[in-house]
Each structure stands twice: as C-alpha cells, then as structure tokens.
Design a protein around this ligand. Structure first.
Ligand code: HEC
Ligand code: HEC
Length: 266
C-alpha cells in the first residue's frame, strides 16, 4: 500500500514537472521568437531609414513631411487614417505602401496638390531597388504611424522674393542665354561684344556719325539693341547673329530688368 502511494506520488511529481517543463520551454521559445522578430523588425526599419534618406527624402522630406506643391507627406496622421478610404483601396496599408513604392506614381492622383511624379522603385518593374529593400522602406514608413501628427505641414519651397529690376535682369540674362554670346567680366561667350562697360560704349555709339537709331540715352540704346539689334551693329561684329525676336519672346518687365541690370554694370 505504502509502496503504491510512493509510486503514485512519484508519478504525480514527474507528471507535474513535465508540465512545468513543457510550459517553461514553450514560453522561452515564444519569448525568443518574438525577440528575434523584434530585432529583425528594428533592423529592417533602420535599413529602410537609410534607403529613405538616399532615395526619397529629396521629395518627401527627411522627416517625411513632404514638399508643398510637389510630394505628399507620409509622416502624417491623415495619411495613416484616411488615405486608403479616400482612394477606395481595399487592401491593407502595408500592401498599399509596398505597391505604390514598387510601381511608382508616373501620374499624381492629386495633381492640383502634388504635381510631382514618383519614379518606379522595384527592380521587378525596372526600378533600382530589390523587393527586400522595398520591404525595408515599407517598415520604415509604417513605423511613423505611432507618432505621426495630423496636418503635417509640408515644407514650403522658398517663396519667390519680389526681385528688383536689376536682379530680375540678371536672372533673365542667364535664362535667355544672353551669356552664351556676351561676357560680363570674364564670364560668358565672345560671339557678341563684352557687356561689362555697355553703358559707356552706348554713349560713344550714340555720338557715332554712323548711328542711325533713335536712342538718346545709354538706357534707350541698350533697350534698342535688345529689341532691334540691327538698328546699330557694333563695329567688329556681324549683324543678324543676335536673335531678332527678344521683343516678342521676353516680357516687358524682363526687358526693363535687362536694361536696368546692364546699364548699372561698370
Ligand atoms: C521625384 C519625387 C519623388 C521621389 C524621389 C519619391 N516620391 Fe513618393 N511620391 C511622389 C509623388 C508625386 C507621389 C504621388 C502623390 C499623389 O498621387 O497624390 C508619391 C507618392 C508616394 C506614396 C503614396 C502616398 C499617398 O499619399 O498615397 C508613398 C508611400 C511614397 N510616395 C513613398 C516613396 C518612397 C519610399 C520613396 C523612395 C524610395 C519615394 N516615395 C520617392 C514623389 C516622389
Ligand atoms: C547668338 C548670339 C547672341 C545672343 C544669344 C545675344 N546677343 Fe546681344 N549681340 C550679339 C552680337 C553679335 C552683337 C553685336 C552686333 C549688333 O550690334 O547687333 C550683339 C549686341 C548686343 C548689344 C549691344 C552691345 C554694345 O556693345 O552696345 C546688347 C546690349 C546686347 N547684344 C544685349 C543682349 C541681351 C540682353 C541678350 C539676351 C536677351 C543678347 N544680347 C543675346 C549676339 C548675341
């Protein structure tokens, strides 16, 4: 009888410890698994952050707040909470983010808000990144969900300063490629006269007996030279080389700017 009880007791102890052991091992195993998964996720977010900085920040901003007029914010509560509903996407946010990055956005869905175009990223569609890198980027973007604020203010591009006529003229001189034919100082082409002292030269040309134009002042002479280059051909240079249609292709304020800019050069 006693022996039976002892045996029974032993069996019970054994059974109990087996159960404890099994539960313990299972817990340790799950703990371990979640830890490994957490570590893998953290690593993926880190890799995604680097990829984002290199490939995406110039449009979506380093902090994911977007660029006004060009690219939408991603680090933004509205993006996480209502974007899928707004476009009627039935899948998960992860699937959406992954697929938009993979295929790109050759046509903006909101051109009046974000006029930019997003290139294709996945090498499956001819882009530069591997699918595992797209996964890293997806992890990185979804990681913003916990902290994203609503109404992220996209960085505004520098507001255009109201340029003075001289500044505008300086810009137009570059933009209209005057500089390709005319040097100022040592900078620019030599097809046309160097314009560093154009105001002084103009004074002389007006006094030249061969001058048949209308200008009375250096400013008028410069204006005339732009609108009607053949009114006076600078000695040593050819007529009909300078485009004859700046009067049509440039706006009146651009021509005023050029005159202001060129006549203040010394
Ligand atoms: C040349 C600018 C540009 C670059 C670079 C760029 N994007 Fe975009 N991205 C856009 C534009 C434009 C949209 C589309 C906006 C729209 O459809 O309204 C967009 C949309 C997205 C969207 C969907 C946002 C939404 O609200 O639906 C995600 C996600 C995204 N980009 C991620 C990325 C990632 C990740 C990278 C880098 C691998 C990247 N983008 C690089 C311009 C860019
Ligand atoms: C393809 C070459 C070319 C381009 C581009 C060009 N020019 Fe000229 N420009 C000339 C030549 C050649 C002359 C001299 C012949 C003449 O007087 O018509 C000249 C003459 C001038 C003169 C008179 C110079 C003087 O010494 O009195 C002015 C002023 C002038 N250009 C301004 C401009 C401005 C401003 C632009 C841009 C909006 C421009 N040019 C673009 C070739 C060019």
């Amino acid at each position: 009888m006693i022996r039976l009880q002892i045996t029974l007791g032993l069996v019970l102890i054994l059974a109990a410890s087996t159960v404890v052991l099994i539960i313990g091992v299972r817990d340790i195993a799950t703990d371990h698994l979640t830890r490994v998964q957490d570590e893998q996720h953290a690593r993926s977010v880190e890799v995604g952050a680097d990829l984002f900085y290199i490939n995406c920040s110039r449009c979506h901003g380093e902090d994911g707040k977007g660029t006004a007029g060009l690219c939408p914010p991603l680090n933004d509560r509205t993006f996480f909470e209502s974007r899928l509903k707004d476009i009627g996407y039935a899948g998960t946010l992860r699937a959406y983010v992954n697929s938009v990055i993979s295929s790109g956005r050759p046509v903006s869905t909101r051109p009046q808000l974000y006029a930019g175009q997003m290139p294709t990223w996945s090498n499956v569609y001819g882009g530069p990144l591997r699918p595992d890198q797209i996964d890293n980027l997806t992890d990185f973007i979804l990681n913003w969900q916990a902290t994203a604020m609503s109404g992220a203010q996209p960085a505004k591009p520098e507001p255009e300063k109201a340029a003075s006529p001289e500044d505008l003229g300086k810009q137009v001189f570059q933009r209209a490629a005057c500089i390709a034919c005319h040097a100022i100082g040592n900078n620019g082409g030599a097809v046309g006269p160097n314009l560093t002292k154009v105001a002084d030269d103009a004074q002389k040309f007006i006094a030249d007996p061969n001058y048949k134009g209308q200008a009375k002042t250096p400013q008028d002479f410069i204006r005339e030279s732009i609108m009607n280059p053949n009114a006076f051909v600078v000695p040593g240079f050819q007529p009909n080389i300078m485009p004859q249609n700046f009067g049509q292709t440039l706006k009146p304020n651009e021509i005023d700017g050029l005159v202001a800019y060129l006549s203040t050069l010394k």
